[in-house]
Design a protein. Sequence first.
Length: 98
Amino acid sequence: MALPKNKKAKAIAAAELFGLVSGTTRVLILATLMKEKELAVQDIAEALGMTHSAVSHQLGLLSGAGIVGAKKTGRMMNYRIAGTPEAKALVRFLAALT
């Protein structure tokens, strides 16, 4: 028996979302943003002991998936957890683990 198309699509979306946060760096970025609410790339990089470039790349992936949002303040991009249902679900999931 085949799954209905909508259930299969939801399963694919869930698997992609979990794949996105299967990387330790992305989980650390989300945990940092959960604690600090909004930070510039450089501040996240310093908090995690990583390069600006590495953090920026990971933020791009999270942003593309609608998990984080960005706001430009002058020349700086500040990132925060997005208000999407997927982002809210991930925050609840990560909060339950810590």
